[in-house]
Design a protein around this ligand. Structure first.
Ligand SMILES: Cc1cc2nc3c(=O)[nH]c(=O)nc-3n(C[C@H](O)[C@H](O)[C@H](O)COP(=O)(O)OP(=O)(O)OC[C@H]3O[C@@H](n4cnc5c(N)ncnc54)[C@H](O)[C@@H]3O)c2cc1C
Length: 452
């Protein structure tokens, strides 16, 4: 299908990246943004690409996964990276910006691009009222990109739900912490699933009564993040914060997520009093999710309290837990590899709403979609970046079937296993070096084919 025009809904990080990449290739873009007529509960600035919380794009170190992703974005001409460079403020190894100047700089760049026409209004639906036909406001465009973010307007989110099937659209994140497998003390933790000691998908941290009691008490006393007004304090029973379960009674956790039934601790030959299960997050078994430990504890408290669990004293946290409003699709079920909706192939998703997590990842996703559609507009198909590089690994996360799909930051654990038993620092370097050369080879290939 020829692509000469595109409607982009939402001028956040992803939408601006996508709109500019398309316009650079000669595609006529209309960028719809509901601000300032309407603000989400977290947005306050009328400018585009608003950073709603932290002003940091996290580490810029070349041996971190997010540092690699930034390098790849720079190579692909990211407007986020250019605006960040222009508005950077000192923050050690992190890339932090003056958020007002950053948003103003992106807005200036978008408005200066004659190929992007901005309409300051909300798009309420992707389909026409009461029918499965396209919304007539969007039908004139060859493609529609939905980059309305984690706080997309309710009407648009409902419309997306109708298209994907309600069961493939989520409105809430309940994230348990994830630890680096190499940091788990294997003199204490042991492999095995319930009644299946030979299973190697779970690591188990056994607790005696005293350890359990201290762990529960710490959960009760731990400092918590106060919910923002717009984050409904509504929890599904299977998704309760671990500290809320602890409040219900001394044994609630031991009968619930810390249930020891079906396990024998190889060190004692007996069933432990309670047991924290760690489930492998990736095929490499390099990262492990603390099962049932979705939490609203503050980040500092999470590190302190979960390190009290036997086997986790020196745990390195790859990701900390959180529970907040987040609109995102079950990407492996709802999206094609090119980020189009399986149910509506002319509609594409970009940014956090796809199931990537974070400012940098959302921008990278929008940039990738823009470059991919721009290539199509010029008559060729960009090959997917390899999974060994940061962008390729992030996109692969959206395709990988999962029991319960959850958004992800970019991490080395999303990349194919290195098969190295090196020390942690060395491992990071090896992943980063491989990512750099894989991305470089991919870029050389697309450049020599005249595709970028
Ligand atoms: C409260 C909160 C705090 C966060 N804090 C961080 C953080 O500190 N660090 C981090 O890395 N990530 C954070 N995130 C996660 C995420 O990375 C950011 O939300 C990021 O801005 C997502 O980028 P995006 O482009 O996908 O969406 P957004 O940046 O949210 O952009 C979406 C745009 O679409 C517009 N829009 C919505 N609906 C419509 C509609 N119907 N019609 C037209 N326009 C519409 C919105 O006004 C907005 O401008 C946070 C998320 C939330 C919800």
């Amino acid at each position: 299908m020829a692509i000469a025009s595109a409607a982009v809904i939402g001028a956040g990080l992803a939408g601006c990246e996508c709109a500019l990449a398309l316009a650079d290739a000669g595609v006529a873009v209309t960028l719809f943004e509901m601000k300032p007529g309407r603000f989400s509960p977290a947005h306050t600035n009328a400018d585009f690409a608003e950073l709603v919380c932290s002003n940091s794009f996290r580490s810029d170190a070349p041996d971190s996964a997010v540092g690699r992703l930034k390098e790849e974005m720079r190579a692909l001409g990211s407007v986020t990276m250019r605006a960040a460079a222009a508005t950077r403020i000192p923050a050690g190894k992190a890339l932090a910006v003056d958020r007002q100047l950053f948003a103003a700089e992106i807005t200036r760049r978008v408005l200066a691009q004659p190929g992007v026409r901005v309409e300051r209004r909300a798009i309420a639906a992707l389909e026409a009222p009461g029918s499965g036909e396209r919304n007539p406001e969007l039908a004139a465009y060859d493609v529609t990109v939905v980059s309305a973010g984690p706080l997309a307007s309710d009407e648009l989110a409902a419309s997306l739900g109708r298209l994907t099937g309600e069961e493939h659209l989520y409105f809430y994140d309940a994230i348990a912490p994830v630890v680096d497998g190499a940091s788990v003390d294997m003199d204490i933790a042991f492999w095995g699933a319930r009644y299946q000691p030979e299973d190697c998908d779970y690591l188990n941290c056994p607790m005696n009564r005293e350890e359990y009691s201290a762990f529960r008490q710490a959960l009760l006393d731990g400092g918590r993040v106060s919910a923002r007004e717009f984050e409904e304090e509504r929890h599904f029973e299977g998704c309760m914060p671990v500290e809320a379960l602890a409040e219900r009674g001394f044994m609630t956790l031991a009968f619930g997520p810390l249930k020891p039934v079906g396990f024998t601790d190889p060190r004692t030959g007996a069933r432990p009093f309670a047991l924290l299960q760690l489930r492998a997050e990736d095929a490499n078994k390099s990262m492990f999710n603390l099962v049932g430990c979705q939490t609203k504890l503050t980040h500092g408290e999470q590190e302190r309290i979960f390190r009290m669990a036997p086997g986790l004293a020196r745990a390195e946290f790859v990701r900390l837990g959180s529970m907040h409003r987040n609109t995102f699709v079950n990407a492996p079920k709802a999206l094609a590899p090119d980020l189009s909706l399986l149910a509506a192939p002319r509609v594409y998703l970009a940014g956090q709403i796809t199931g990537v997590e974070g400012y940098v990842e959302s921008a990278a996703c929008g940039l990738w979609l823009g470059r991919q559609l721009a290539a199509r507009a010029c008559g060729f198909e960009l090959p997917l970046p390899p999974e060994e590089c940061a962008l390729g690994a992030l996109l692969a996360h959206l395709r990988r079937p999962a029991r319960r799909f959850q958004p992800s930051n970019v991490q080395f654990g999303l990349m194919p296993d290195l098969g190295e038993k090196a020390r942690k620092t060395k491992r990071k370097t090896l992943y980063a070096e491989r990512a750099e050369s894989a991305f470089g080879a991919w870029l050389d290939e697309v450049r020599s084919a005249g595709q970028t």
